[in-house]
Design a protein around this ligand. Structure first.
Ligand code: UDP
Length: 385
């Protein structure tokens, strides 16, 4: 009989917690696995709120973030901590998700410690190393180092095959964001989550259709030097062109984002909110008539819920968003953003979708990834016995 596999999952930012929680949950439920959790602290506040929401307790908290720390320094400090941690803990598999510095550090540290690395949400490519920066590079390099690739879509599988990754190591799993999003929406169906910072009457107006909700989020590095200011100009124009609209923007804590968003503070028709708990954010997504975002995860979630989305970037590594017919890449030029928003708003709303297949899977990725890990581990144990 094979001994239980020891899996160490490393996460650092808000989306990593959201997307890894279903995988960690499936591993925690499995009698054949011992699951441990490390948080790097790359997004201290945002990730902590999410860990609490999902009841996840880290075994190690590396507390890596320092004021004004650039990504290079962060990577170096993470490696310094992670390599000895992996050597001393010697897990059988390290898991990380996505494209952040935490992911690249986890993949590199696993390589140096001689431990196989499993990459969740593998194979997304914009094919432009400058955007998203440094995420495209992080994800590509993590792919070079991974022993197991959990690709969310057929397109991601093709990208990996085109780079010469061995087919047997690539698994089409769907994206665990669908698992988590559906679970949370279902849980809150009888008891809608309060939305901090959004008063009852305004929410009632949105629910009753008296107000048209435009939900905005921005934080991408490429947009910090002008892009966000351009989008604030576009949002301002939309509030005057669409009198029924209310722009709701949960503002990312990055100081540059906060400075740019502050331009809209106090404007009629705009609500700047603090970063929202996941259930509250999902409630707004379901109510939104249009989503404007440069976030990766929010693009996916909008499409899974059937919400139209304008992608405030020059490229997306998620072409499935565009192919769904719900998404458009618009960049940040105010004229383009306003024109795209107005033409989207002129189309009929097909309503919120809460079930069925989506371009990012059916909502069983967490369990699927756990099953693949189990088979991989059994085969490995058979080979070495
Ligand atoms: N999100 C949230 N509260 C907010 C804004 C976003 O819970 O106020 C969630 C959102 O639903 C998505 C994730 O955070 O699952 C996206 O994170 P972010 O945009 O920071 O990162 P990205 O996906 O671009 O890497």
């Amino acid at each position: 009989m094979t001994r239980p596999i020891h899996v160490l999952t490393i996460m650092g930012t808000r989306p990593e917690v959201i997307k890894l929680a279903p995988v960690v949950g499936a591993l925690q439920d499995a009698p054949w696995a011992v699951s441990r959790l490390v948080v790097t602290g790359q997004h201290r506040e945002l990730a902590s709120t999410m860990l609490e929401t999902f009841g996840l307790r880290p075994d190690h908290d590396l507390d890596m973030m320092r004021p004004n720390q650039d990504q290079g320094k962060l990577l170096a400090r993470m490696l310094t901590r992670l390599v000895p941690l992996l050597r001393s803990g010697s897990p059988d598999l390290v898991l990380a998700q996505g494209d952040t510095t935490t992911v690249l550090a986890s993949a590199l540290a696993s390589y140096h410690a001689g431990i196989p690395f499993g990459h969740v949400e593998a194979g997304l490519r914009s094919h432009d190393l400058s955007q998203p920066f440094p995420e495209e590079m992080n994800r590509t390099l993590a792919g070079r180092l991974a022993a197991l690739h959990f690709a969310p879509t057929p397109r991601a599988v093709s990208n990996l095959l085109a780079e010469g990754v061995t087919a047997e190591t690539i698994h089409l799993t769907g994206n665990p964001v669908v698992d988590m999003l559906r679970r949370m929406v279902e849980q809150s169906s009888n008891c809608p989550a309060p939305v901090p910072g959004m008063d009852g009457p305004l929410l009632d107006d949105v629910i009753a259709g008296r107000k048209t909700l435009l939900l905005a989020t921005m934080h991408r590095g490429e947009n910090l030097h002008g892009g966000i200011s351009q989008v604030t100009a576009a949002l301002l124009e939309l509030t005057s062109k669409v009198p029924s609209c209310v722009v709701v923007w949960p503002v990312h804590p990055n100081p540059a984002v906060r400075r740019a968003a502050a331009r809209l503070a106090g404007i009629e028709g705009v609500r700047l909110l603090p970063p929202l708990p996941y259930p509250a954010f999902l409630r707004l997504l379901c109510l939104a008539r249009l989503v404007l975002t440069d976030s990766g995860g929010v693009q996916e979630e909008a499409v899974v819920l059937g919400r139209p989305v304008l992608v405030l970037r020059q490229v997306t590594e998620r072409p499935e968003v565009l192919e769904s017919g719900l998404g458009t890449v618009v960049g940040t030029d105010p004229t383009a953003v306003v024109a795209a928003a107005l033409s989207r708003l002129a189309l009929p709303d097909r309503g919120v979708c809460l079930s069925g297949p989506t371009p990012f899977g059916e909502g069983i990725a967490g369990r699927r990834i756990a099953d693949i890990i189990r088979s991989w581990w059994s085969a490995r144990c058979r080979r070495s016995s």
